[in-house]
Design a protein around this ligand. Sequence first.
Ligand SMILES: [Zn+2]
Length: 129
Amino acid sequence: MLIIGVGRRTIKNYGSLKTDYCNRCSNNSDFQLHKHTKWISLFFIPLIPYGRDNLIVCPRCGYYEKIDEITFTKLKTALENKDLITQIPLKQEVDPYKGKNETQVNFLREMAKHKEESLKKNTSNDENL
Ligand SMILES: [Zn+2]
């Protein structure tokens, strides 16, 4: 019997890129360069790679961003040469409403509106002084 499997995933960690602030977990995190590869396996032995992802990962909370092959190669080379990496291409666009239900989202929106209005009020008070 032939056992063919798909979706087996291997993770290769190329090491620490740079310590930077992670918007998701609010920590200074040691961002890592990862390559995740999905495999088609035969008798549980990974044979054919498909679906490669190049990622920059926050090891504290698991936040990640995909990067293109060119950026990945540049960062990988820099790590191999032990070059100082001064910047990592993180967008860190975290949706503040992600994972929240409708009531929570509405509450957060109200709070944001309220904060904005009280800021406006404070500014106009200052003008009167
Ligand atoms: Zn994080």
